[in-house]
Each structure stands twice: as structure tokens, then as C-alpha cells.
Design a protein around this ligand. Structure first.
Ligand code: NI
Length: 252
């Protein structure tokens, strides 16, 4: 399939699988030299911005108000610090993929990036959650995340796992990790993971998932970091007439 001038190597049956399951693995989005380039930017950003006093650097699984080694450090909108990320072939391919799967022209998609690091033998699990649980229920979004690992993503290093079809059900009740509102990360206890599907990937391969797809990633039990670069794409939101309550979003 071609989007604009980019051949994204996607077949119609993959779009059907995505609609049915809420996620699907993609062919390679970046070749080795570009992965090496992405890693160098990634490592520079974490070296320069890994300070809790910058609002774009968050430990999603630990508290940001105390000094302790980050359990699941993230940089939100890394493109703010490295705008060259948006000039890359990888970004162009991710936007073309998002356009094809969402059925929205690329120039009408809003987006932001997320760099998520799982340190070797230390990272926390990313507990089961739906990305939509973080969003204001007053707005309905059509969107997806493109998740590209820069290292081998295996079950042992914390690849993504999904519940096929979970995106066709409502947003589940969520709460903050450890029931501690000072921790940013949300999780749900309502998942039966007996049907979970793991998506191991090599560096440069990718998986996409719907905003409502329940997903999980285990802790990194290997001796290597597990670096992942996520690009989130969405169309314009639609106002919801009768928003459902999401009490976990209320700050206490
Ligand atoms: Ni997520």
C-alpha cells in the first residue's frame, strides 16, 4: 500500500486484523543505520534531560517528588529537544502508517512522541492499562500509537502484550499504580491475561495499537536497556454529549 510517495508495505488484511484485534505488528519501519541514529539521539536526550525538575521527563512508575532511581523513565515530546526526529524517514513512515490505519490524511493528524526506557534488570513492569484511560472523557479520539523498539524487545526485556479485541469493549476502571496518586502511571485490575498475546520485535520493527487496546509490558530482566520510541497519532477529537466518569483522573 502506498501513502503519498511512501510505500508502507501494508496489506488490506493487516488493516482488517488491526480493526479486529486493536493491534498489529508491522514490517520494519527503520533500517539499521537509522536505528543507530535514533539510539544516539535517544541516549543524548536521556543524558541531558534525565532530571526530575524538567516537566517533560517523568518516572511513570515511581514518584517524581522524591529522589530515587527512576523505575520507568520517559521523555514526553522528545521532538521538542531533537526536532531532527521529525525530518527522519522513520517519522514519515510512521505518519503514513497512522494515516492508512486511521483512514485520516497525514496532514490532518496531530501527534507527539514518547521515549520510554526500561533500564537493565531494574525497570518496573508497565501494568495493564488502556491509553484512553489517561484522556479526558469529554472528548472522543480516534488514534493509535506506533511503538518502535531500538533494542530487541522480547518477553524477558519487556515487549508489549495485548488482549485481542479488548479495544471493542469500554474503558475499564483504572487506578494509580500502588493506589498512590503521586505516581503518574495508571493500571487496571480488570484484565484476564489468559488470552494475552506477546509481540516480540527486533530493533526497527514496530507494533501499533488503538488508544483503547489493553496492553502490558513486563519488567526488563535482561542485562541490556530496552529503549522504545513511541509516536502517538490522532485525528481531531469529537465532543462527547454524556461523558462517562473517570474518577481516577481527579487529583486528590
Ligand atoms: Ni500505553
Amino acid at each position: 500500500m502506498r501513502v503519498g510517495t511512501i510505500d508502507i508495505g501494508i496489506e488490506d488484511h493487516q488493516i482488517e486484523a488491526y480493526k479486529r484485534d486493536g493491534f498489529t505488528a508491522l514490517p520494519r519501519l527503520a533500517e539499521d543505520p537509522e536505528i543507530a541514529w535514533l539510539r544516539s539521539i535517544y541516549d543524548r536526550l536521556f543524558a541531558d534531560h534525565a532530571a526530575p525538575d524538567t516537566g517533560d521527563y517523568r518516572d511513570i512508575a515511581g514518584r517524581n517528588d522524591i529522589a530515587e532511581p527512576a523505575r520507568l523513565p520517559q521523555i514526553i515530546r522528545p521532538e521538542k529537544y531533537a526536532p531532527e526526529l521529525l525530518q527522519s524517514a522513520h517519522f514519515a513512515r510512521c505518519r503514513a502508517v497512522a494515516s492508512a490505519f486511521l483512514g485520516i490524511p497525514g496532514d490532518q493528524l496531530d501527534f507527539y512522541g514518547h521515549a520510554i526506557l526500561k533500564p537493565p534488570r531494574y525497570g518496573a513492569p508497565t501494568p495493564w492499562h488502556q491509553d484512553e484511560a489517561y484522556m479526558d472523557p469529554k472528548w472522543a479520539w480516534r488514534g493509535l500509537s506506533v511503538w518502535t523498539p531500538l533494542d530487541d524487545a522480547t518477553v524477558e526485556s519487556g515487549c508489549l502484550q495485548y488482549i485481542p479485541g479488548g479495544h471493542r469493549k469500554p474503558v475499564l476502571p483504572h487506578h494509580h499504580i500502588d493506589h498512590d496518586d503521586r505516581i503518574d502511571g495508571l493500571m487496571t485490575d480488570e484484565i484476564d491475561d489468559s488470552t494475552a498475546v506477546a509481540c516480540p520485535l527486533q530493533p526497527g520493527e514496530a507494533v501499533i495499537h488503538d488508544f483503547r487496546a489493553p496492553h502490558y509490558a513486563g519488567p526488563n530482566q535482561t542485562d541490556q536497556p530496552r529503549r522504545a520510541y513511541v509516536l502517538v497519532f490522532m485525528g481531531r477529537p469529537v465532543e462527547v454529549a454524556a461523558p462517562e466518569p473517570r474518577p481516577w483522573l481527579k487529583k486528590t
